[in-house]
Each structure stands twice: as C-alpha cells, then as structure tokens.
Write a protein that binds this ligand. Sequence first.
Ligand SMILES: Cc1ncc(COP(=O)(O)O)c(C=O)c1O
Length: 377
Amino acid sequence: MAPTTPATTVWDTKTQQFHGGQEWQFIDNFVEDFSVTTNGLGLPKKALQAARDSLDISHHYPAADQEPAKTNLAKFYAPDGFESVHERLLLGNGASELIDLVTRAAPEGPWKPGPWTVQYKEYERSAIALGRKVLAPKDATPASLTCIVNPNNPTGDYMNIEALKKYIEETVADNTDVMVDESMQPWHSPSFRSDSLISQPTWIANLFQTRGIAVYLIHSWTKLWSCTGLRLGSLVCPTVAHCTALKKVQVPWSVNVPALAFLQVVTSSDEQPFLDETWAVTTPWRTYTVDALTTLGQHVNSGKGWTITGEPFLSWVWIDMHDAEVAAQAVELAKRAGVPVRSGVPGYACHTCVRAAVRKPELVDKLVRAWQPLVKA
Ligand SMILES: Cc1ncc(COP(=O)(O)O)c(C=O)c1O
C-alpha cells in the first residue's frame, strides 16, 4: 500500500524526536486524532473560555510568579495542605521544557530509563542532546539521572506507589537524580493522589537526606486536560533549594497568558465535573476499544490475534499486531480514513505495534471499519 503523507514529514528527523499529533492538519477527511494520548473528552469548556477571554489582555506579560494559577495547581495536587507543594513547584511550557531543565541540571554522567521495554522518548532525547551516555534499564552501571514514566507511555505498564518506591530504593544510586513522570497517573481514579508520589513528601525528603537521591515529579497537563496546543507542564522538586536552583536557570514567562488563565480555571471546582466525567467514561470506552480490537485482531491473525496492553484506566491502548506489514498497513488505513494512529516505528522501533487513543465508541467504530481491509478473505 503506497503511503499518503509520510508520518515524518513535519519533523526534522535528524535533529528532532518524532511525536504523534501532527498528521491531523494534513488530512482532508480528518475525523479524530487517535495518534495522541489526550483525554477523549477534548478541551474542558470553562477553562477554554477563560483562555479565550485572556487573549484580550495578551498585550501584557504573563505574571512572573505564574499566580494565581500556580497556587491553584498546588491546591489541586494537595487539597489538604498545598503550601509544601507550592514552594517546590515550577510550571513550564509543557512538561517537555521541564524535562529538559532537569536533565541539564542533573549531575554529569549516564542516563537510564525505567524498567519497561520501551518508554516515552523525550527524556532520552534530552539526555542524548546533552551528551549523556544512555544505559539499558538492567545495566548495573550507576546512572546520574534515572527517568521513570509511570504509567508508561506507550506500553501502559504501571507500578503502584509501593512498587515504585521499592524500584527507586533498589535501583537508583546514591547522590543521583530521578525524574518520575506521572502525567497519565491522575486517570487512575478520584483517589489518584494516594497512589501518586504526591502523597509521599516524607519518603522523598528522607531519601534525599539519607542517600542524596533527588526525586523530581513531572506532570504533562496537556494530556488530562487535552491542551497540547496551549502547553502546560509542572515539576515538583524534592526540596525548596532544588526548586530555587532550577528557577534561576529557567527562561522567564515560559507559560503564556492563555495557558495560565486555562490552568487557573481547570484546577478549580468549576471543572470538577470534567474530571468526574473523565473517570466515569475512560475505562468503559477503553474496554469497548479493547474488545473491538481484540475481536478484529482474531480475524486478522487467527493464530496469535493482537496483544493489547495497558492499565484499564488509561487514555490509550498499545496494540501488538505481531506482524510488521499488518501494523504498517493499519497506520496507513487509519490515516486514509481520517483517524490517524501512532505507529510504533518512529522513536520506539516497535515494528509490529500501533498506539491508539481511547475515544467514544462511535469513533472507535470508525477506526475498526478503517481496519476491516486487514482481514484477508
Ligand atoms: C508521558 C509523557 N510525558 C511528557 C510528555 C510531554 O508533554 P508536553 O510537553 O506536551 O507537556 C508526553 C507527551 O506525549 C508524555 O506522553
């Protein structure tokens, strides 16, 4: 099957890391973007309106202290005592900016990913760009910077809080840095905080005091609140001193006026219904997706079928079609039907895999229809 617009055309692949979410703008019959891991509910309406309204004051600079949005985010993180989070919190132009900031500031030396077979590439990209040696997850060489994505994009693997702490305690070397990316963790449930590192300030403080291990918590908010174009990320540092050191080298005003206005509202009670709906619909929509694709996979590959991985609460599925040719065709067919998916090839080098977002059932049906030609007579 001859490809239409190649997936990589918008990226300078010699210097940039491939990422989903670019093709929609080149597809004439575009219906829905399945190539990203954003919330299937789209942009929260009240927060979007606040961002729109703020364009009227966008001839002014954003607040240099990022307030009041920053305080609202700290309260979102820790409703019962936000001060300690607030004094260790930095906001960024997407998580990508903060990932790069921490990678620049971490002690010199090798970089290591978390335990998964393949993980979100931005951490590795930044490490390589800054001249760090990349170690394999099981390499016994101590890494100066370890980056764990939990839940992991793209595989959907997840360690609960006790498993995560144990992994860090057992694998991370003394006097080094760790970034833990929990961007997809708030999907867990209304009580997501209790299974997040945000619930572990004492453990984080002790780990730094006793072993010099600095644990940074990263969130990309562009997924949960579906605002990839607005750009919002945050970083909770292990101590106030770490936060101050990074603030000194961070570019000023990196979060613009509409993004701050959006954040202020999206973290308020006005948008609680959006979160409640997210928790209510994502797992049923994902179950629908898994069932539909499992059935299709059995018709496409009557031997192995398709293997679909990831926690039930997540906003995407990772599909191993067990056949590189079928996976390539699936990417092309989805694009032609206006429902692009994320190929497992660029960056991840998973030639038999495809990632697809969780969307409402009628949109999933369109993707399944687009993939019918994969079933050979
Ligand atoms: C796990 C994870 N972390 C961080 C990011 C970076 O996101 P952004 O810079 O849009 O906030 C992404 C984007 O796909 C991601 O999947």
